[in-house]
Design a protein around this ligand. Structure first.
Ligand SMILES: O=C(O)CCC(=O)C(=O)O
Ligand SMILES: [Fe+2]
Length: 228
């Protein structure tokens, strides 16, 4: 299994990114392999603010148990996933520190790859100690309008012994893991929702992240999807 660090895109930056970075590297990796891993996607101050926002919501007991499925199929299942979530509304300034760059990324992807990504939905997620998310795929072909999945990690000083890696599988051989990605603060992973099986290994300490999905507008004459 390759080390995730070997997938690092470009070199680590010290100063602010040039205007087209890191989006150009993400776009290139998506085009060539269907996924991208970007370290230091956001400045540390923004990652810290998002972490503190998650912790404040947690302290206010404003998180809900995550479920699987959509609409009437929605159900919670502790054997599948054990995280607690908060859907981003975008009304709070701190959430814009994440949503604004993701909106730019969406446009950059559309410009380069003509994916027609129409909007973005995302939730904060907290995995309590010991929590996991079993191997799954975020979208079954033709069943949803999710095209690209994204996860940004918010955990400082994450150690290998803390577990909680994202295990990412080879689409050609779905039993074969491609790599384990530690949920390190500032790392963003983006991948094709219908192609890549993945799972969250049990974390030995609380694990914070923001999972999101770029969607296409799959409305038909009688069905509006995504709902407004
Ligand atoms: O947090 C992660 O590493 C992945 C989360 C995930 O797979 C999901 O929310 O669908
Ligand atoms: Fe997932």
């Amino acid at each position: 299994m390759a080390q995730a660090s070997s997938l690092e895109l470009g070199t680590r930056r010290t100063g602010p990114p040039p205007p087209d970075e890191p989006y150009a590297a993400i776009v290139d990796a998506l085009a060539s392999q269907g996924y991208a891993v970007c370290h230091e996607f956001l400045p540390t101050a923004d990652v810290l603010a998002l972490l503190q926002h998650s912790q404040a919501l947690q302290a206010q007991q404003a998180l809900q148990r995550a479920g699987i499925g959509r609409g009437q199929d929605y159900q919670t299942n502790r054997f599948v996933r054990q995280d607690q979530i908060h859907w981003l509304q975008g009304t709070e300034a701190v959430e814009q520190r994440f949503l604004a760059p993701m909106a730019e990324l969406r446009l950059a992807i559309n410009r380069a790859l003509f994916m027609g990504l129409f909007d973005y939905e995302a939730h904060l997620a907290v995995y309590p100690e010991g929590a996991f998310y079993k191997k799954h795929i975020d979208a079954f072909q033709g069943r949803t309008n999710r095209r690209l999945s994204t996860v940004l990690y918010l955990n400082f000083d994450w150690q290998p012994a803390d577990g909680g890696a994202l295990r990412f599988y080879d689409p050609e051989q779905p039993e074969q893991a491609l790599f384990d990605l530690p949920p390190t603060a500032g790392t963003l992973v983006v991948f094709e929702s219908e192609r890549f099986w993945h799972e969250v290994l049990p974390a030995q300490r609380q694990r914070y992240s923001i999972a999101g999905w770029f969607r296409i507008n799959a409305s038909t004459g009688w069905r509006v999807d995504p709902p407004s």
